[in-house]
Design a protein around this ligand. Structure first.
Ligand code: ZN
Length: 304
């Protein structure tokens, strides 16, 4: 019997690097993209089109997109928070956009420049802009599990935002634990409730941060309630700006190890993912939080 397929989306070039204090060169980012592709990832966040003054690490995203390898078998995702960002991403040649909403006003006002209702009001225009340019658009609900400013985010609030987003159906909707506060039961509750109000063609995607060491457990909870797409960041980079010193995104190579051992087909070469993760630590000159890149994969039996 064929193993169930699990798609892992690699976000290290965007979410992983965006909070790094030292600017990472465009060339290093492109080298990372090559290693990601070599490991077998076929969807990756390559940059974001947000205010370069707020996120200087992503200021070279147009250059990154201009220099991406011409690969028909890979999708390079651009992140945007508003219509202007979408226009810039399209101009840079992006074919897929992650458009980010927030579940909470506190984060939305600071990160997206408006309340949740205000950002939802322009969504139909955003979808139309993307459609006119023949660009796929996925929606993300950040702070879906908790907000650094508003605290608890009730399930009903997430469902409300999802219902509004679904009116101009994206092909995919992601629930993001932006600050890494979720527990597996929070994951089950939110994905079940959101899945129940979405049209069936909208696929669900999970995005977890390991700020409080719950990300792997949360990824399992998501997959067990039917999510087939999970984000990860090689080496576990992507620290949370609201928790200085904390771990970052869930490490992709740790996801690969765990889900392959659970019987899923991720399409990723674990050894190549570990090599890519180690190269990130070397490029950044620091110890990264991923565990499998330190320990290695399952030990091979000694021969002879
Ligand atoms: Zn994130």
């Amino acid at each position: 019997m064929a193993r169930p397929r699990l798609e892992l989306v690699e976000v290290s070039p965007r979410d992983g690097l965006q909070n790094e204090p030292e600017l990472v060169s465009t060339a290093v980012k492109l080298g990372l993209v090559d290693r990601i592709l070599a490991a077998g990832f076929r969807r990756l966040e390559a940059g974001s089109f947000v205010n370069p003054k707020k996120v200087p690490q992503m200021a070279d995203s147009p250059d990154v997109f201009a220099a991406l390898p011409a690969r028909d078998d890979a999708v390079f995702i651009a992140l945007a928070l508003n219509r202007r960002g979408v226009a810039r991403a399209i101009a840079a040649g992006a074919k897929e956009i992650n458009y980010v909403f927030c579940a909470s006003d506190g984060f939305s006002v600071r990160n997206n420049g408006g309340t949740v209702a205000e950002t939802l009001a322009v969504w139909p225009d955003v979808v139309a802009d993307a459609a006119a340019a023949n660009v796929r658009i996925a929606a993300v609900i950040s702070t879906a599990f908790g907000c650094p400013f508003d605290g608890e985010v009730p399930v009903a609030q997430v469902v409300q935002v999802a219902e509004r987003i679904a009116q101009a159906a994206p092909f995919e909707l992601s629930l993001a634990d932006t600050i890494g506060v979720a527990s597996p039961r929070d994951v089950t509750a939110r994905f079940a409730a959101v899945g129940a109000v979405l049209p069936p063609q909208v696929q669900l995607r999970g995005h977890f941060h390991n700020t409080r060491n719950t990300a792997l457990a949360n990824a399992v909870a998501a997959v067990e309630c039917g999510v087939t797409i999970i984000d990860g960041s090689l080496a576990g980079i992507g620290g949370c700006p609201f928790a200085p010193g904390a771990a970052g995104n869930v490490p992709s190579e740790d996801l690969v190890y765990m889900f392959e051992r659970m019987g899923f087909d991720t399409g990723i070469d674990l050894d190549a993912a570990i090599a890519a993760a180690r190269s990130i630590g070397e490029a950044l000159g620091k110890q990264t939080p991923g565990m499998v890149s330190r320990a290695g994969g399952f030990p091979r039996a000694a021969t002879g």
